[in-house]
Structure formats: C-alpha cells, structure tokens
Design a protein around this ligand. Structure first.
Ligand SMILES: Cc1cc2nc3c(=O)[nH]c(=O)nc-3n(C[C@H](O)[C@H](O)[C@H](O)COP(=O)(O)OP(=O)(O)OC[C@H]3O[C@@H](n4cnc5c(N)ncnc54)[C@H](O)[C@@H]3O)c2cc1C
Length: 422
C-alpha cells in the first residue's frame, strides 16, 4: 500500500529527523508533527550553553520556523497526544482533536528518572504528566530534561549558591561544570567510583572525574538517602555523613526512562522502551518508534543524540520502502570544563582479548584512547581530538587492521592507517 500520510508524535531530534528525511527522500504525502513544545528544540545545550545563559530557546530550535511550511510539514505545537489507536491509525490530542495517518511514528523520548529516596515532593512522582516529564521544580529539587527544567535550574544557579548534584554521569558532570562557571558551590555525589567507566573505560573515567576537584567541585562517593525541602533550603542526607547538609538546590541527574505511555496503553510490546525491529517497526506494522523511547529487540536501549537522528532516518526509509542508510559504530559527545569528549564504539578493559592504546598522553589533551580486539579497533575515546574519534569510527566500520604501536604514535597520520598503509 502506498503511504500517503505520516504522523509523528514528539518533536525531539528523532521526530524532526524522521520528517526531514521523509521529505529529503522524496515523500510527497501529508506529514504532521505533533510537539508538546511550541517548536522543536535541541536538548544537549540544556546542560551546557543554554544553562549557562548564553543561548535562548529560539537559538536552539532544531529548525527555523519557516522550514516547516517550506517542507509542507504541519507542525502542531503546544499539543499532546493522549491516545494512540494503532488499528484505526489514529491519535487523539488532549484538546479532543482526532488525527489519522497511514503510518504513525512514536518519537516521545523520555523523562528524567528519580532515585528511590524519600522526598516531601512525593506528589511529583505520583502524578507525572505524559509527554511533559515531571513538573518543573518549585521546591529546590530539580531534574533536567526540558528547557523549562533548565530555566528553573538556571534561576537558582547564582554566584555562591550551594548546589547538590545527585549522579555524576554525563548530565550531572556537565551541570557541575556549568554551575562552577556561574560561581556556584557544587557537591557531586555518586556511588560509582569512577562514574561512566563502562562508557569510557576506567582510566579515562578516573581522570575525567578528577577534573571536578581540580575545578573546585566537591565529589563524594556515596548514595543520597533522603532530601527534604525546608524553609532554609533543601536538606540532604548523604550516606556515611553524621548529619544532613543544606543546599539551595538539588539536581537529580540519575538517568532517564523512556516515555512509553502511549505505546503501553495501545497494547504495543514495551520492555524498557517501545520494542522495535531493525527497521524501527513496533509490534504493530503501521506504528514505528524512534529515538530515546525505542529499544531494538535484543539490544540495549540507547540514549544519545546521534542514535535518535539515525533512528529517524531509518524509519523514513522503512516508510518509503527504500534502503536505509548504512549503520555505523555508535558515537556520542559530552563537554565539561571546556573539554570536548567523543566516544565511539565499545570501550573494554585490557584482558586476554583486548588491548588499550593511548595516543598522546592520557590526561594531557588532546589525546585518545583506543580499545583493540586483536588488530581491530572496537572503541575509542578522544579528548579535544575529534579527528581521532572520526578515524576510529571509520576503522571500526571498515574493520581495518591496525598495529597498536602505529595507533599509539602521534607521528603516524590516522588517515594513513585507515587506508591500510603503515
Ligand atoms: C540536558 C541534556 C543534555 C544532553 N547532552 C547530550 C550530549 O552532549 N550528547 C549526546 O549525544 N546526547 C545528549 N543528550 C541526549 C539527547 O539529547 C537525547 O538522546 C535526544 O534528545 C533524544 O531525542 P528524542 O527525539 O528521542 O527524544 P526527546 O528529545 O526527549 O524528544 C521527545 C519529545 O516528545 C515529546 N512527547 C512525549 N510524549 C508526547 C506526546 N504524547 N505527545 C506529544 N509529544 C510528546 C516530549 O515532550 C519531547 O519533547 C542530552 C540530553 C539532555 C536531557
């Protein structure tokens, strides 16, 4: 059946990538994008430049306002899809409007997770709003997923403000860095030592984590047991400490959970994400899912910007029944303390099968660390060296053989190794 109408639920990078790719690939039918926000904007700046106050919402828009009309995309902003009916091919908006389409793409992203600690704000947890995550903090207790969250957090990041960040993963670390730039006193608590070791390897993770104290952040390896909003601030009980400490604000940066509300209610297969096949198709043939809300069957769920973009492109190819773009090694970036970190593929600790190779000097950017299995690169982390990450990605994708000693030698051009020359 020829597809003549497509409706995308969710205006994040995955949803926008889907509609953009459909038009780019020649799809001429009806195209509708339903967005909770007035217009789709990008999320990575929310913990970086936007939080620092250097950007406004318009400047992080994913597309210029006129782009939607030019592309003949009906953008329905400030709208929430409340019901999905896969059999009827319809969605119902919160205002009661019903829209139908031949294919529906779920691009609903997700919301910040709360850890299982006692809080006086229990009602926030009990009443999350679908598609909007958790209500914006009025209690000094924050999460960070939306621009509204970032605005609320920005409001308290005044010079001298005491901020507790629970969770030293990618977002927690980025906010610590931004908050220090804004002159806040920051305490960063995480039970993992070092955090993010699985993503970047223990050595790089240890060095990255040590940068917090270099920049005046107090790091604590522990769990936060309880937080309470009081008139004089937020009291936090940190494991192992004799009494509570008081902060002006607490940010929970303990990960995100996929927004599967619509899919679940519609009876689609859901398990830590809306389950999809390699073509982004859910358990209903006319419904696809992309980005942070989706998980490919048999795989781990991915929560990175480029993966969401790629999902959208794959979904568009599926809808048009054309070949999808080739899959590449996974990649993401993160920025902290003016350093740009890129991660590609899979980092492993050295063992009988795997070797770690440092190019440059670990801890003295620019440098890169590679994981090899035999003579194949399977992962890399670069700090202030994007070309190393780019080359590593090509090595992984092409499966070229490299010698560890060549990789380690900054005098040898990585592009040469890519061509197989030594
Ligand atoms: C603060 C922050 C910093 C980040 N930094 C990085 C980074 O440096 N590098 C990196 O690789 N990744 C980063 N990420 C992750 C990256 O932003 C996400 O992977 C990406 O945004 C996922 O895109 P998405 O479109 O799947 O979901 P989202 O961006 O979450 O968009 C989904 C949209 O759908 C809406 N929605 C949900 N339900 C409904 C409904 N029923 N009706 C209508 N709309 C609905 C949501 O409100 C949301 O607007 C960061 C994320 C955050 C929060």
């Amino acid at each position: 059946m020829t597809v003549s109408s497509v409706l995308v639920v969710g205006g994040g990078i995955a949803g926008v990538s889907t509609v953009a790719e459909l038009r780019k690939s020649g799809y001429a039918g009806e195209l509708t994008l339903v967005s909770v926000d007035p217009f789709p904007y990008d999320r990575p700046p929310l913990s970086k430049e936007y939080l620092a106050g250097g950007r406004d919402l318009e400047s992080i828009a994913l597309q210029a306002p006129e782009w939607y009309a030019e592309q003949r995309i009906e953008l329905i902003g400030d709208a929430l899809v409340e019901v999905l009916d896969p059999e009827a091919g319809t969605v119902t908006l919160l205002d009661g409007r019903e829209l139908s389409a031949d294919r529906i793409v779920l691009a609903t992203g997700g919301g910040s997770r709360w850890p299982d600690v006692e809080r006086v704000v229990r009602e926030l947890l009990d009443h999350p709003t679908p598609g909007r995550g958790l209500p914006v903090s009025t209690t000094g207790i924050h999460t960070l997923r939306s621009a509204e969250d970032a605005d609320a957090l920005r409001g308290v990041l005044l010079p001298g403000a005491r901020l507790l960040i629970v969770g030293a993963g990618l977002i927690g670390a980025e906010v610590a860095s931004t908050a220090r730039k804004l002159g806040c006193e920051v305490v960063l608590v995480d039970p993992a030592d070092p955090p993010i070791a699985a993503a970047v390897g223990i050595r790089v993770a240890t060095w990255l984590h040590s940068l917090h104290s270099v920049h005046g952040v107090e790091t604590v390896t522990a769990t936060v047991r309880k937080v309470e909003s009081t008139r004089s601030g937020v009291m936090a009980h940190i494991e192992g400490e004799p009494g509570p400490r008081t902060f002006d604000a607490v940010l929970f940066a303990v990960g995100m959970g996929p927004d599967t509300i619509l899919a679940k209610a519609a009876g689609l297969d859901v398990e830590n994400g809306v389950l999809v096949d390699g073509r982004q198709v859910t358990s209903h043939p006319d419904v696809l899912a992309v980005g942070d809300c989706a998980r490919r069957r048999g795989h781990r769920r991915v929560e990175h910007w480029e993966a969401a973009l790629n999902d959208g492109q794959r979904a568009a190819a599926t809808i048009l029944d054309i070949d999808p773009p080739p899959e590449t090694a996974p990649w993401f970036w993160t920025d902290r303390y003016d350093l740009h970190v890129e991660v590609v593929g899979e980092m492993r600790e050295p063992d009988a099968e795997h070797t770690t190779v440092v190019r440059g000097t670990l801890g003295e950017p620019p440098f890169a660390v590679f994981t090899l299995r035999g003579e194949h690169v399977i992962g890399a982390v670069s700090v202030d060296d994007p070309s190393a990450a780019k080359a590593a990605r090509r090595m992984i994708d092409r499966g070229v053989d490299v010698r560890a000693s060549d990789l380690a030698d900054p005098g040898i051009d990585l592009r040469k190794l890519l061509r197989g020359a030594r």
